[in-house]
Ligand binder design. Structure first.
Ligand code: AMP
Ligand code: GLY
Length: 422
């Protein structure tokens, strides 16, 4: 009999994780807590439990006989949900609280990289506005200002002029725009080059890299507008040569995994390296302690092995196998509520989306309208993904699905994948 798995989270990333688990023969039941009603059409169960109520989740797992848990988002990881599950005798895939600091604290990540000579932007940490301003003034623009801690992807200002840098510092220290996340600020050098995301399965000492992907962080076409959680992604990223990927594995992923193990904070779960291919080789912009969103929705469809079997092996101390379709390209476009990310206007009606067997819809911020339909309930609403022999045909295919539908109250970028097609 197949295994029963509980996935924690509610977005398109968790939809993709749950859907991929169900595709493998080792898993025959997946429940997502709290999930969203868009997942149900794929045979995924959902349960109304909050990701921050660890006690209720533990009780749910015990009473319903789940074999193990997959933790999707960073917040419960950083709050120590894997430690809490472990104390209750439940296997959960994800880093414990100590290891999740690699995402939860930029300062922790930067110090780890410094100790292990992992290439990243030069930086300094400040907890005082005047000292921070002085440093920014001396350094000059471009310069990057980051609130330490979690600010849901919005705590970063890439300042191309000093005025913007000073404004960002004042926002953090004076206006407390990011709450307690702004108590410390990291100021770092601006890195120039193409970004790519390199995610790996990690068992504490060893890692299994996935195909790379590229996110689109800005809200509007041509990389204009504010930073978002991500408006679309594709994989592979042909303008990043294999030699750069190999170098990133050798100089970034391996020393990070080995360094964390040596220092007594071994990382188990998905390690996400957000990288920039600079003229001097790949460098780290950020680490995440989980699958990326929207990257997951274009990477997991390439998995040709059984996801649940691989994770089960890791959780049981064995050697997992992960294999990938390296011939086809995948591309996904996010549909977002009007006004995202700054002033989200909820309530748009989600149309029926006709997809073929090479395409899939992964739902995120949706609620039921009570009549069998879905209504947008937050910024990112859903992602339409397709697989095709190359990026151009994947792009054409996704837009041929999206462009003819009525997206009143929502918007999307029309150029996902453009850097690969220049
Ligand atoms: P983060 O939340 O750290 O991923 O930053 C959000 C975005 O800001 C990144 O995806 C980059 O586009 C940009 N960014 C962050 N740090 C740097 C840097 N040091 N140099 C250039 N761009 C950066
Ligand atoms: N797509 C970037 C992230 O998941 O943080």
């Amino acid at each position: 009999m197949g295994q029963k798995v509980l996935v924690i989270g509610s977005g398109a990333r968790e939809h993709a994780i749950a859907h991929t688990l169900l595709k493998g023969s080792s898993v025959d039941e997946v429940t997502v807590a709290p999930g969203n009603p868009g997942m149900v059409g794929d045979g995924i169960r959902i349960t109304q439990l909050s990701q921050s109520n660890h006690a209720a989740l533990i009780e749910f797992v015990q009473q319903n006989g789940y074999d193990w848990v997959f933790v999707g988002p960073e917040v419960p990881l950083i709050e120590g949900i894997v430690d809490d599950f472990a104390k209750a005798g439940i296997k959960a895939f994800g880093p414990n609280k100590a290891a999740a600091q690699i995402e939860g604290s930029k300062d922790f990540a930067k110090q780890l990289m410094a100790r292990h000579n992992i290439p990243t932007a030069k930086y300094q940490t400040f907890s005082d506005l005047e000292l921070a301003k002085e440093y920014a003034n001396e350094h000059g623009a471009p310069i990057v200002i980051k609130a330490d801690g979690l600010a849901a992807g919005k705590g970063v200002t890439v300042a191309m002029d000093l005025h913007t840098a000073i404004r960002a510092l004042e926002d953090i220290f004076v206006d407390h725009r990011f709450g307690s996340a702004g108590a410390k600020v990291v100021i770092e050098d601006f890195l120039e080059g193409q970004e790519f995301s390199l995610m790996s399965f990690v068992n504490g000492t060893e890692f299994w890299p996935m195909p790379i992907s590229q996110d689109h962080k800005r809200a509007h076409d041509g990389d204009e507008g504010p930073n978002t959680g991500g408006m679309g992604a594709y994989s592979p990223v042909p303008q990043i040569p294999q030699s750069v990927i190999d170098e990133a594995i050798d100089t970034i992923v391996r020393p990070t995994v080995e360094g964390m193990a040596e220092e007594g904070t071994p990382f188990t779960g998905i390690l996400y390296a957000g990288l920039i291919a600079t003229a001097n080789g790949p460098k780290v912009i950020e680490f995440n302690a989980r699958f990326g969103d929207p990257e997951t929705e274009v990477v997991l469809p390439k998995l040709t092995s059984d996801l649940g079997a691989g994770i089960s092996e890791i959780l049981n101390g064995g050697t997992p196998e992960f294999t990938w379709d390296e011939t086809n390209a995948t591309l996904g476009v996010v549909l977002a509520s009007k006004g995202y990310p700054e002033h989200v206007i909820k309530g748009a009606r989600v149309p029926e989306i006709p997809v073929d067997e090479d395409s899939h819809v992964y739902y995120a911020g949706v609620v039921s309208d009570g009549k069998g339909g879905l209504v947008a309930d937050s910024g990112r609403v859903l992602l339409v993904e397709t697989s095709a022999p190359d990026i151009k045909s994947a792009q054409d295919k996704v837009y041929s699905i999206i462009d003819k539908l009525d997206w009143r109250g929502m918007f999307y970028r029309h150029d996902i994948g453009f850097k690969a097609l220049k």
